[in-house]
Ligand binder design. Structure first.
Ligand code: ADP
Ligand code: MG
Length: 352
């Protein structure tokens, strides 16, 4: 197609940004904003390997499926263990926003990937995106996208520190001049906190609870620091001794003790990055503060705890669950300004 004509038709193509998170996938459409936010879950028939459903509907099935159906989270620990499932998810999410008309080019896609993914994994995500209907796929490291989405001045010659606490991973990064100066990624996040709550219920009360009950308990009474007012909630499950339904009441202090280990590991990852940070950048961060993003940023008192342990100001980003996807959106809207932040682009892909 001729240059000007294809450029004109390109205006109708819905370029999209995707945060392929371990817990949630969000989609941003150029000039529209965030249009999809659904769990990164695929429901699968184990006999036929056929995908039954993806996203919100699939998450509802977690823990409630008959024997031949499993609900999997293909990115659980931030690594792409189940390539095929990732492709299915991308196809579902791209398909939801891309309308097929003749001559309208397929969308360009920017995808956030965990920092430290291997070259092989990068290629796998790009291939999955193209197979799933993208025309071109750009990849950006999630902490960089989170920093952009949180409104940090990533292009300036100043240190910016972002901590993105997701379901499967926590990523800490220091960014300056459009690049990641240093980063740490640990496979500890909201999921490990939920697991500790399940273990606590089993060990202390012989109560077997589901994943979703554990997560809800965390959201209702979970904390990383002593609270001003005590909180309590009820956990429902099955008594392992009698086999019958049972419920127990728990307080914020019991849950805080139960989740101390993963919370400590998150705090340690932040402290380690500070210890390794070049002094000039550290001075900048002492001014601007550490910015928390991702769903885990909403754990009560985590900001205060980090402030006490690092002696740095700590801020929770606005809409922490949306930072990464809004960052990919900002890149879409200004591809030229952000060209240097991608860790893979369609052109590097052609070169290799
Ligand atoms: P990912 O990027 O890995 O998909 P998200 O940034 O979407 O992860 O965050 C999901 C995690 O945030 C889950 O573990 C969820 O339980 C946790 N989360 C969400 N809201 C809260 C809250 N209010 N308090 C504590 N944790 C929360
Ligand atoms: Mg994330």
């Amino acid at each position: 197609m001729a240059g000007p004509l294809s450029a004109f038709l390109g205006l109708f193509s819905k370029d999209i940004g995707i945060d392929l998170g371990t817990a949630n996938t969000l989609v941003y459409v150029r000039q529209k904003g965030v249009v999809i936010s659904e769990p990164s879950v695929v429901a699968l028939d184990t006999r036929t390997r056929r995908v039954l459903t993806v996203g919100t509907e699939a998450k509802r099935m977690v823990g409630r499926t008959p024997a031949n159906i499993v609900a999997v989270r293909p990115l659980r620990e931030g690594v792409i263990a189940e390539y095929e499932m990732v492709e299915h998810m991308l196809r579902y999410f791209i398909g939801k926003v891309h309308e097929h008309y003749p001559f309208i080019p397929r969308p360009r896609v920017i995808i956030g990937v965990p920092s430290g993914v291997t070259e092989v994994e990068k290629r796998a995500v790009q291939d999955a995106a193209v197979n799933a209907g993208a025309r071109e796929a750009y990849l950006i490291e999630e902490p960089m996208a989170a920093a952009i989405g949180a409104g940090l001045p990533v292009h300036e010659p100043a240190g910016n520190m972002i901590v993105d606490i997701g379901g499967g991973t926590t990523e800490v990064a220091i960014i300056s001049l459009g690049g990641v100066v240093l980063s740490h990624s640990i496979r500890i996040g909201g999921d490990k906190i939920d697991e500790q709550i399940s273990l606590f219920a089993r060990n202390e009360y012989s109560l077997l609870i589901g994943e979703r009950t554990a997560e809800e308990t965390k959201m209702v009474v979970g904390s990383a620091h002593v609270l001003g007012t005590a909180l309590r909630t009820v956990m429902r499950g099955r008594d392992l001794k009698t086999g019958l339904p049972s419920e127990i009441e728990v307080t914020d202090s019991a849950i805080r003790a139960a989740i101390a280990s993963p919370v400590d590991q998150i705090v340690d990852a932040v402290k380690r990055s500070i210890e390794e940070c070049p002094p000039e950048l550290l001075a900048d961060i002492m001014d601007s503060g550490i910015v928390l993003a991702g769903g885990g940023a909403m754990l009560r008192g985590l900001d205060v705890r980090l402030q006490e342990e690092t002696r740095m100001p700590v801020h929770i980003a606005k809409d922490p669950l949306q930072c990464v996807v809004r960052g990919t959106g900002a890149c879409l809207e200004n591809l030229e300004v952000y060209r240097q932040v991608f860790v893979a682009d369609p052109y590097s892909r052609l070169r290799t």
